[in-house]
Design a protein around this ligand. Sequence first.
Ligand code: MN
Length: 221
Amino acid sequence: MNAPVIPGLNPPLPIGNIFCIGRNYSEHAREMQQQVPEQPMVFLKPSSSIVFDNGIIELPPQSNEVHHEVELVVALGKGGKNILESQALEHVAGYGIGIDVTARDIQQRAKERSHPWTVAKGFDTFAPISRFLPADKVPDPQSLYLKLNVNSEIRQSGHTKDMIFPVATLIAYLSTVFTLRPGDLIFTGTPEGVSAIKHGDVVRATLGDQLLNLTVTVNGS
Ligand code: MN
């Protein structure tokens, strides 16, 4: 199967690597009883975990505790290595909202064993993403509200100004390790308020003042 295309962007960009940043908001690090990191904490999701607006999060039978993490998602339009922070935002094609779906019980066991998070973060449908707004419609990625509702209840409400490492820093840092490519996505970390989702829940993530919405339904036992 060919890589799916990032929705909303022209020219169309097939989805590349999916980089994710852990603990990028200090209140969330605190609720997870983790220290605030000194440099960005990076993990990857597989492209098979992507699902689009109006899609379904499938709860895997291997987990009894699946959490939502609402995040600003950055789509790169231009790649590079050792990108300067001062030029990093010129590499962005667009911004979307996504959910870093996490099997928290599996992640907890992995942490205890010092194992990677790939399974906890990487099940099919564990990376829902919205349509993307072209970068020129978002003058400042650090001035956006993030909100997540489960059914009628607000579970997460944050603001990108509270990121420990802003988007430009993340791009510059990632590019010191990885050659970044057009179509790569960056999940930029979640504010506090993560909690469990269950079968039948309707999860709705919102970026800015109704700039973008993402709605997904939860399926499974
Ligand atoms: Mn996350």
